[in-house]
Design a protein around this ligand. Structure first.
Ligand SMILES: CC(C)(COP(=O)(O)OP(=O)(O)OC[C@H]1O[C@@H](n2cnc3c(N)ncnc32)[C@H](O)[C@@H]1OP(=O)(O)O)[C@@H](O)C(=O)NCCC(=O)NCCS
Length: 184
């Protein structure tokens, strides 16, 4: 179950031509009130927490979120200009050279289905690939595999399976949400 959700992206070519490959341009999104942000400056962590909770992740300690974001290599969030609140978010941790893992890909339910998730992922991927980081992985719930595949991710590439440490009492928490619980 978990291994099906561990997928990695090796399709550098899909992102070689920076802006032309975006499904929606920054300008198009901006005209609709969506502004890309690449630092935590201006990001209200309580509002971000509310988006996490709205999609089913557990509410996390804001201080822990702040620490986690300070140790995050690349992050991207979308601010909705009317409310100045975050409506989409994704981040990647890693060694800054070879490897990265993408976490916390979320879009506020009120804003899902209009291309924001894809827009955030395309830009986060480009940030990583432009820095030469080619081994990019993430954990996916089964129901979201179809979102990641067109972005260049494949499950179990070359038969490689992911493994995570699992404490006995948390044996059942091996999906994406379980990992969030474990990291709470
Ligand atoms: C998954 C999620 C980030 C997608 O964001 P979104 O903004 O709704 O998705 P988009 O509108 O950008 O969709 C982009 C494309 O992916 C498709 N898509 C979106 N969610 C999908 C899913 N669950 N399964 C298959 N395809 C999906 C869309 O149909 C669209 O296809 P198109 O490009 O052919 O039109 C969002 O639904 C979400 O936050 N879900 C809850 C949190 C979550 O599960 N995060 C992933 C953790 S593993």
């Amino acid at each position: 179950m978990l291994a099906r959700g561990v997928i990695s992206a090796t399709l550098r070519s899909a992102f070689q031509s920076p802006t032309s490959k975006y499904s929606i341009s920054d300008g198009d999104l901006e005209s609709r009130g969506f502004l890309f942000r690449r630092t935590i400056s201006g990001l209200n962590l309580d509002h971000l927490n509310s988006v996490f909770v709205a999609v089913g992740f557990p509410r996390r300690d804001p201080e822990k979120i702040k620490l986690a974001l300070e140790h995050t290599d690349s992050l991207l969030w979308v601010e909705y200009s009317k409310t100045q609140k975050p409506v989409a978010f994704a981040r990647a941790t890693g060694d800054g050279v070879f490897n990265a893992i993408i976490w916390d890909v979320v879009v506020d339910p009120s804003f899902q289905g209009i291309g924001l998730g894809k827009a955030v992922m395309e830009r986060l991927m480009e940030d990583l690939l432009q820095r030469g980081i080619c081994n990019i992985a993430l954990y996916s719930e089964p129901r979201v595999l179809g979102f990641y595949r067109p972005l260049g991710f494949v499950a179990d590439p070359d038969g490689i399976r992911g493994m995570v440490y699992s404490r006995k009492q948390r044996k059942k928490n091996t999906n994406c949400r379980g990992l969030h619980k474990a990291n709470h």
